[in-house]
Design a protein around this ligand. Structure first.
Ligand SMILES: [Ca+2]
Length: 313
């Protein structure tokens, strides 16, 4: 099988960094056509800078990086410095990037790439709020028919919420964008908190990263150490969840994950439950399935893959 062509849409974020590094370390399975930055965990100037920091950490300075939307479609931006630190990549000391940002806007890059390549050959991998993807779909509805698949991190059912009691951060920040994506008719695979909260960076798993004695794995371990402190306090678990790399791990080894093909709708009205992914896990409605909603993961298999691949960089 030739590698899958993908566009990563991201708001780094230490876990975004893990997802990007995993993709860039896996050229046999994944060909990264470009990386588009979006406002989310931290504002756009930082996410577009952090994306390039991560590419340079991986030694992949030729990957084109595009800046996208600076704020959600209709709302003010909500950020998550309380989790990721002031820069979004707090933890290791990494140099400012030298590689340039592309001049093209991320939304234009997404549209042009999908239109110029054969239909059904490009997958979109959103790791942050869905603003860039939904803006592209709104501006160029024809591209929906060109996307091979969207594999995204976002939402929750059994784990409910992490930014509010009812909503996961990526969906909460831009629920109108999420609503557009989930109603697009595109094949969607979702990595919700139900999965990512099982992917815990325990001390043993951090040690496995450090034991490789590579620059990339050490930086990753430093990043994980940083936000691990926050999440362990919050959840009281034996290590923090590593959300976004579930997306790129799925592209490499889909059998690590299991889920259900179900209907998922986005709450865009209620103040109380804004951004909730209303997932019909039990099939209690007749609403048509629109997403493969993952529910379980082989967590150790995931960490073995992540560590082995990042050590290659
Ligand atoms: Ca993210």
């Amino acid at each position: 099988m030739p590698p899958r062509d993908i566009i990563i849409d991201t708001d780094p974020g230490q876990d975004d960094a893990a997802a990007i590094l995993l993709a860039l370390a896996s050229p046999e399975e994944i060909n990264v056509l470009g990386i588009t930055a979006v406002a989310g965990n931290v504002p756009l100037p930082l996410t577009s800078k952090n994306t390039r920091i991560v590419c340079e950490l991986a030694g992949k300075v030729d990957v084109p990086v595009y800046a996208g939307c600076a704020s959600p479609m209709t709302r003010d931006l909500v950020t998550a410095e309380h989790v990721h630190g002031k820069t979004g990549l707090d933890g290791p000391v990494l140099p400012d990037p030298i590689m340039p940002l592309q001049d093209t806007h991320a939304v234009d890059f997404i549209i042009e790439t999908l239109r110029s390549r054969p239909t059904g050959t490009v997958a979109l991998c959103p790791l942050g709020p869905l603003t860039n993807i939904a803006t592209a779909l709104k501006r160029a509805p024809d591209i929906a028919g060109h996307v091979q698949e969207i594999v995204l991190m976002g939402g929750a059912y059994f784990e409910v919420g992490n930014i509010t009691p009812a909503a996961e951060f990526n969906i909460y920040v831009d629920p109108e964008a999420a609503d557009i994506v989930f109603k697009s008719g595109i094949k969607i695979t979702v990595m919700p908190l139900d999965v990512t909260h099982k992917v815990l960076v325990t001390p043993t798993r951090i040690k496995a990263l450090r034991d490789t004695q590579t620059k990339v794995c050490s930086a990753m371990a430093d990043m994980v150490d940083f936000f691990e402190r926050f999440d362990t306090d919050k959840y009281g678990s034996n290590g923090a969840p590593l959300h976004d790399p579930c997306v790129t791990a799925y592209l490499i080894q889909p059998d690590l994950f299991t889920g259900r093909h179900i209907n998922v709708e986005i709450e865009t009205q209620s103040d109380l439950t804004l951004g909730m992914t209303v997932a019909d896990w039990w099939g209690v409605t007749d609403r048509a399935p629109n997403a493969m909603f993952m529910g379980d993961v082989d967590a150790q298999g995931f960490f073995d893959l992540l560590t082995e691949r990042l050590a290659r960089l």
